[in-house]
Write a protein that binds this ligand. Structure first.
Ligand SMILES: C[S@@+](CC[C@H](N)C(=O)[O-])C[C@H]1O[C@@H](n2cnc3c(N)ncnc32)[C@H](O)[C@@H]1O
Length: 213
């Protein structure tokens, strides 16, 4: 089955080799970023957690391992092959994976305590970034938190060169938007409070935290 219809860059074709290719392609930096995401997300054991653009579920599973009691995690991705792999990895954990679109989440308002998205928003064009962030806002309960981890305004000359070169090679305007800093402003626009950069890595990846008022 192919990916759900979206203008986001889905990776159904890459699911089989995704974990290995990302590890090799980023020299292990992907795992370091994911580990920091899980650390900064620090869910409470009984939180209901959403991971948007979960790919093969690495972050979702790491979060689910921290949950018990009423806590559970849900990972969504538009690529069914990614969801299939995620399901294979997640046995005996309070986690569910679903093939869904970030811009049209099929969850009721105020369902989740925490919404995480790790290296996902640079796969969406600007209008879908806006919709996906709006959807995370909608499905979070009042006082719920979002943690967005993605390419953001570079903090060094070197990171800026690498970022814009990468966007040019991949022909990905979605990355240029991130480099200009739109992700943080879109959280403010969506209505989140206390939108701030919690941490940076590698000069161009920001861990952005915010709260639904
Ligand atoms: C770089 S991967 C995300 C990495 C993952 N969060 C992790 O931590 O390993 C981006 C993912 O976004 C998914 N995607 C792209 N457009 C989407 C959309 N509109 N809705 C949901 N997922 C989408 C792709 O299929 C892909 O799996």
């Amino acid at each position: 089955m192919g990916s759900l219809e979206t203008r986001g860059r889905t990776l159904n074709y890459a699911a089989r080799v995704y974990d290995l290719a990302m590890g090799l392609g980023t020299l292990g930096m992907d795992a370091a970023v994911r580990a920091m995401t899980v650390k900064l997300a620090h869910p409470s054991p009984d939180d209901v957690v959403l991971d948007v653009g979960c790919a093969t579920g690495n972050v979702t599973i790491a979060l689910a391992k921290r949950l018990h009691g009423g806590g559970r995690a849900v990972g969504v991705d538009a690529a069914p092959a990614m969801i299939q792999r995620a399901n294979q990895k997640a046995r005996f954990l309070p986690v569910e994976f679903r093939t869904e679109l970030a811009e049209a989440l099929p969850f009721a308002d105020e369902t989740f305590d925490l919404a995480v998205n790790n290296m996902f928003l640079h796969h969406l064009p600007l209008d879908l970034k806006r919709r996906a962030i709006g959807e995370m806002f909608r499905v979070l309960r009042r006082g719920g938190r979002v943690l967005t981890v993605d390419i953001h305004r570079p903090t060094s000359w070197w990171a800026k060169r690498v970022g814009y070169l990468g966007a040019a090679i991949l022909r990905q305007d979605e990355i240029r938007e991130n480099l200009r800093g739109v992700v943080l402003s879109l959280h403010v626009e969506a209505g989140f409070d206390n939108v701030h950069v919690l941490r940076r890595m590698h000069g161009m990846i920001a861990f952005i935290g915010a709260q639904r008022p």
